[in-house]
Design a protein around this ligand. Structure first.
Ligand code: ZN
Length: 139
């Protein structure tokens, strides 16, 4: 059993309208592009970059007119920080700790996410205003 439900910051998710343009801006700062991936279950195309030891996940909606998800976020709040992702060695255990605190994950709980990881999201209403992602990272 892990000492703590969360092991550290996994990445910062940033909603963008134009993935290539955003990649260019981070590249100009020396970011390294780690890869691109479509995540149809979340309705997004993502780029993972690393900059100064920080991982950045850029998220562009696959369909800008989609009713929910990043497309809706962009319409309602504009481009910007979308979520903070924390690594959990044991996602089920982390969700159990949250459940004991009366916090339930949104969207039906744990599900497949980018990079083949299992992820869960905590609604901003439960976390002081920022969407939190927990992604399972095996030790
Ligand atoms: Zn993420």
């Amino acid at each position: 059993m892990a000492d703590r439900p969360v092991a550290g910051l996994a990445h910062i998710g940033v909603a963008v309208r134009d993935l290539a343009a955003a990649e260019g801006a981070y590249a100009a700062l020396g970011a390294q592009l780690l890869g691109r991936e479509d995540v149809p279950s979340e309705g997004v195309r993502v780029s993972f970059l690393t900059l100064g030891g920080v991982r950045i996940e850029l998220l562009e909606p696959l369909d800008p007119d989609a009713p929910a998800g990043v497309a809706r976020f962009l319409r309602e709040r504009g481009a910007g920080v979308h979520h903070l992702a924390f690594a959990a060695e044991d996602l089920e255990e982390a969700l159990a700790s949250l459940g004991a605190a009366g916090i339930a994950p949104g969207g039906g709980g744990a599900r497949p996410g980018a990079e083949g990881r299992t992820v869960a999201f905590l609604h901003p209403k439960d976390t002081g205003g920022v969407l939190l992602e927990l992604c399972e990272v095996k030790p």
